[in-house]
Ligand binder design. Structure first.
Ligand code: ATP
Length: 596
């Protein structure tokens, strides 16, 4: 189990690793930021010194006045320039780091196996590219420079006051203990409270998700009030706890804000300073210097606080990013080989998602070019898994899969995908035009080829009915049904023209018309290729070259429809069951042999 401390440690070292290449630039930025902050003291100190010169008894020392004015002006300009230069350098450093980070992420995304792209991992990539890189930006481009200023500015101011009179330095810090005591009190048990708040918030989120997801069901059963109740309870509970914690904290915060406000600090400075003057310790001008310096100090505390928050967020972001960057890459052969032909052989294939739970146990199967092989079997038998191993979504844990006589692990990924195309259960259409989606596998496809593929897969006519035809944008003016989206993805596979095709759940959309059209689409794709299709409705695959019954990760039976019926085994039982359900479903489609 990873403890919070362990996680933070990992995050810190991940952050240090990400920052290493830009460390010299960051150091320069911090140095310039520090100088910039120090020089912003020049006007305050200068004004006090100017006052001292102007109010000094005897004739006015004009040269000293002029010099002080020059120092104030130069200090101000230098301060701005240094801070500006520092931020410019740190933004440059951040830009470089982000570019490198994005390059590494893109490289990594190209290296991981397709099976890695689960929903969680896709969410992680989205978060990394959007939020995490942004969190690092705040730390690297802003907070380092601001933090340098927040440290240097009060130290410089206090050093000056110490030089004038040490008692003035103490006076400038007089209200700080109130802040620290109150802050310590506010932060007592902070981690526990935050954890409590987080879990309370998670309960509210879960209640919202539950409510929104189930809203249709809840409404249709007329239980809206009851469904609300869970949500309301979670929110009330969260609200009460939050208020119970925050109310006393807010009172304290008001007190600390007052202790650090400019009028209070100025008042304390003037009152204390007047007493110092009476005692003959300092001059009134010294008190002016103290007030000017003391009012600048609190702002640095705020920056320090924000800096720590930014650091915490960046550490967490770096941990997530480095986790992503260390995702296991799909091994690539040092000397790739080219497949000789399109014969597909599964040879004693073993595979499991988890080490101790085998999903496939020694599958032997040969798919010849120009034939259609259908995988059938109960849900969870391992059909999809078997099909996904061919395009290397995952690598086998035992045995081998060969394409054209070469182990798929020895074929360069780009070459493998030129040979093996796939249409999967969850159809993925990208945000872009229908034409862009169709051209994904062959960007150079001509308009005629595009239309030919769409016609063959029975989707052309539907596309022409879209507001902008092939130029309609998916999700905007091209809103397609599941079956239609699937036909677009089959057309895409047809256009990509890979000699081997894996079609998973091609018949998932079971409305009769859509299914018949999908089957026609598949017939077009199947011609002359090596096709492996996962079928759910037995009626659609009766004419295929070979039917393979998969059960609990093994090939239970294989042969043609007629052979398997004659064998009177598992397939025959499945067929009988299928026939009885089709008989009882009046008008159910039973096209037959469409996958050819
Ligand atoms: P169905 O017909 O319902 O799609 P299937 O025969 O295609 O089933 P698979 O999807 O290959 O079966 O699943 C085989 C087993 O592997 C199941 O127990 C499933 O829970 C498990 N499984 C599938 N995908 C994953 C995954 N990404 N991670 C972990 N386990 C998985």
């Amino acid at each position: 189990m990873t403890t919070a401390a362990g996680g933070a440690e990992q995050g810190s070292s991940a952050l240090a690793e990400l920052r290493r290449p830009i460390a010299p630039m960051t150091r320069l930025g911090v140095l310039l930021g520090g100088i910039g902050a120090l020089t912003t003291l020049a006007p305050f100190v200068g004004i006090a010194e100017l006052g001292r010169t102007l109010l000094a008894p005897g004739p006015l020392d004009a040269t000293r006045v002029a010099w002080t004015a020059v120092v104030i002006a130069v200090g101000t300009v230098l301060g701005w320039s240094c801070t500006g230069a520092a931020l410019w350098i740190t933004h440059l450093a951040d830009g470089r780091m982000q570019a490198e980070l994005r390059r590494r992420l893109v490289r990594k995304l190209g290296e991981v196996g397709l099976g890695w792209y689960s929903e969680t991992n896709s969410g992680r990539v989205r978060k990394a590219a959007q939020d995490d890189v942004d969190d690092l930006h705040h730390l690297i481009a802003h907070h380092d420079v601001e933090l340098a200023g927040a440290v240097v500015l009060p130290l410089g101011g206090l050093a000056y006051l110490l030089w004038v009179d040490w008692r003035l330095a103490l006076l400038a810090l007089a209200t700080l203990p109130i802040y620290f005591v109150a802050y310590g009190f506010m932060m007592r048990g902070f981690a526990d409270k935050m954890r409590e708040m987080d879990s309370g918030f998670a309960r509210v989120s879960a209640a919202i998700a539950e409510f929104v997801h189930g809203i249709a069901v809840v409404k249709s059963f007329g239980q809206t009030g009851r469904a609300h109740a869970g949500y309301r309870r979670a929110v009330d509970e969260f609200g009460e706890r939050y208020a119970g914690w925050v109310r006393p904290v807010l009172r304290l915060e008001a007190l600390t804000s007052m202790a650090l406000s400019v009028p209070v600090i100025a008042l304390v400075g003037v009152a204390g300073g007047t007493w110092f003057v009476q005692r003959g310790w300092v001059t009134p001008i010294d008190v002016l210097a103290e007030v000017l310096v003391a009012v600048v100090l609190p702002s640095t505390l705020l920056t320090l606080n924000q800096g720590f928050t930014a650091q915490r967020k960046a550490v967490a972001a770096a941990e997530r990013l480095s986790g992503l960057l260390s995702a296991p890459a799909l091994p690539v052969a040092a000397e790739p080989r080219s497949p000789q032909g399109n014969l597909v052989e599964f040879d004693g294939v073993e595979f499991g998602y988890a080490a101790d739970e085998p999903v496939l146990r020694g599958v032997d199967l040969t798919c010849r070019p120009g034939t259609v092989t259908a995988l059938v079997g109960p849900s969870g038998a391992g059909k999809s898994t078997l099909a996904k191993l061919l395009p290397r979504f995952y690598d086998v844990t035992g045995g081998a899969i060969r394409l054209g006589g070469v182990d798929v692990r020895e074929i360069a990924p780009a070459e493998l995908y030129r040979h093996v195309g796939f249409v999967l259960q969850d159809v993925q259409l990208l945000h872009g035009t229908v034409a862009d989606n169709l051209r994904l596998g062959r960007p150079a496809a001509t308009e005629r080829e595009l239309v030919a593929a769409a016609e063959a897969t029975r989707i052309h006519e539907r596309i022409t009915r879209l507001p902008r035809g092939y130029e309609s944008v998916i999700g905007e003016d091209a809103v397609l049904s599941g079956g239609e989206a699937q036909r677009v993805s089959i057309a895409r596979a047809l256009l990509a023209d890979t000699p081997v095709l894996v079609l998973d759940e091609a018949t998932a959309y079971a409305d009769p018309e859509s299914e018949a059209e999908i089957q026609e689409a598949l017939s077009a794709v199947a011609r002359g290729r090596t096709v492996l299709v996962i079928a759910h409705r037995l009626s659609t695959i009766t004419d295929v070259d070979r039917i393979v019954v998969v059960d609990r990760g093994r090939v239970a039976e294989q042969g043609t429809h007629a052979e398997l019926l004659a064998a009177d085994g598992r397939y025959a039982r499945m067929w009988a069951e299928h026939e009885s359900t089709t008989d009882s479903t009046a008008g159910a489609p039973d096209g037959g042999g469409a996958a050819r």
